[in-house]
Design a protein around this ligand. Structure first.
Ligand code: FUB
Length: 449
């Protein structure tokens, strides 16, 4: 991790460049909590503007509730390697935000005429502006900042979860939520409303709706939003022919989280011809769902423009070089018997996960491993097998070509087991790690040399 101080407009900023804990598997950022991801493509690079959850003990007023003090921006040119550009806006440096309110909720950012406009909701200290939340703007010359906070929030907006869309004709729109979802035109200056807010009436009436995100594809406007149809949020969408509706409720983008994470919040982008859904879950904080983590999965459309439901994965997106540390615990598939995933250290989720294979033929598979074109000769497995164990590495199928047989010596310490490759197959393949002996083998990561 590199840290450097940048002086701009007389203010000093600590900028943290960090790639070590940010990956293409889910969750994508593993050294801090991130939520409410707004992803944008600026200059062929993806910029991610998430919320930044912190543990509630830092916010004594609101135990068991969201604690959100500031925002970081991240970027990537391949969805796999992410750079943390550090903190861009923090609550106590925003003149209109109630100090120490820890309510810097879901943001968004958009580019216009060479400037970057970062929109964020928070609690105003002046309750005549709004009793709950309102929305402010910070402006920068570069997506990673430094951002200059506007002294006042946007007049006429009460609510959370700002989202901005600029149509092909150059008209900008602001969307937000306050129980329902609202939209209005923005003036050219991007900091004032240019029309009265419209409440979108055709959306589900019962159950909280929030987190609007509008995008356009082939002339159709998709208003997407988390909605509590049952007990917790799922991602839904409505389609229309105009940025301010009317919209027709069309379907579900992602079902409720299987682990019960109450919120979900998303954005949709197209990058190098593929569409992606950014969303969140509480992977790094399973017992407290207000400490969330951003995930990415691919999104596809049907021929009629409707969205195919996205099934959340741990594997995420992008290929993984065979020479990288392959975290098979972010698996594509796991056998139903004798295979499981657990934290490496139950007291520190940020250390990551391990896969445990504990029955004969138990397996884990991980797709998109790029073996390149240059012959690789051995496999290394960071493993632990208290009574000793044995695994096989195959590609493409559970009974596919055998790459290696690896023995793991007994002992309670993690150790590197290695074996020569019996075969080298260039190109991109799924790998299958299969228990052959059935005695428990824990795997942190594997790599090829
Ligand atoms: O992150 C705080 C709030 O939770 C967001 O503003 C909502 O969209 C939900 O994700």
């Amino acid at each position: 991790m590199k840290i450097k101080t940048i002086i701009a407009r007389g203010i000093s900023f600590l900028v943290v460049f960090c790639t070590a804990n940010a990956l293409a598997q889910n969750p994508i950022i593993r050294n801090q909590y991130t939520a409410d991801p707004s992803a944008r493509v600026f200059n062929d690079r993806i910029y991610l503007f998430p919320s930044h959850d912190i543990p509630p003990y830092t916010n004594k007023n609101k135990e068991n509730w969201f604690s959100m003090e500031d925002y970081h921006v991240f970027s990537s040119d391949n969805l796999t390697d992410w750079t943390d550009h550090g903190m861009i806006v923090t609550q106590n440096k925003v003149p209109w935000v109630k100090p120490d309110s820890f309510s810097m909720w879901a943001p968004d950012c958009i580019a216009r005429n060479g400037k970057y406009y970062f929109y964020f909701p928070s609690t105003p200290k002046d309750t005549t502006i709004a009793r709950g939340f309102t929305i402010g703007v910070a402006i920068a010359d570069k997506p990673e900042g430094p951002y200059k906070v506007q002294p006042d929030p946007i007049k006429g907006v009460k609510g959370i979860d700002p989202n901005v869309f600029i149509d092909k004709d150059g008209q900008a729109y602001l969307y937000w939520s306050q129980g329902n979802i609202y939209g209005a035109k923005l003036k050219e200056n991007m900091t004032e409303l240019a029309s009265e807010p419209v409440k979108f009436d055709n959306l589900p009436e019962k159950g909280l709706k929030e987190g609007p995100y509008l995008f356009e594809r082939n002339g159709t406007y998709y208003l997407t939003y988390p909605h509590v149809e049952n007990k917790i949020e799922r991602l839904e969408y409505a389609m229309g022919n105009n940025p301010l509706g009317p919209f027709k409720v069309t379907g579900v983008i992602m079902d409720e989280a299987a682990n019960g994470c109450w919120t979900n919040h998303h954005s949709v982008i197209q990058f190098k011809k593929q569409w992606y859904l950014f969303y969140h879950n509480n992977d790094l904080s399973p017992s407290f769902d207000k400490n969330r983590s951003v995930r990415i999965d691919s999104l596809t459309f049907n021929g009629d423009g409707t969205i195919k439901k996205v099934i959340p994965t741990l594997r995420g997106v992008g290929n993984t070089p065979a020479k990288a540390k392959i975290q098979a615990d972010r698996y594509t598939s796991l056998s139903t018997a004798g295979a499981s995933v657990a934290f490496l250290d139950a007291a520190d989720a940020f250390k990551g996960w391990k896969t445990i294979l504990s029955a004969p033929k138990a397996f884990v598979s991980y797709d998109g491993v790029d073996f390149g074109t240059k012959k690789l000769k051995k496999v290394l497995v960071q493993a632990n097998a208290p009574t000793g164990g044995a695994i096989e590495i195959r590609i493409d199928r559970i009974d596919g070509p055998l790459l290696a047989k690896v023995k793991v010596a007994s002992g309670t310490e993690w150790k590197m087991a290695e074996a020569a490759l019996l075969k080298y197959v260039p190109g991109t393949h799924s790998i299958y790690i299969i228990s052959t002996q059935g005695t428990p083998v824990e795997i942190d990561w594997i790599t090829f040399e």
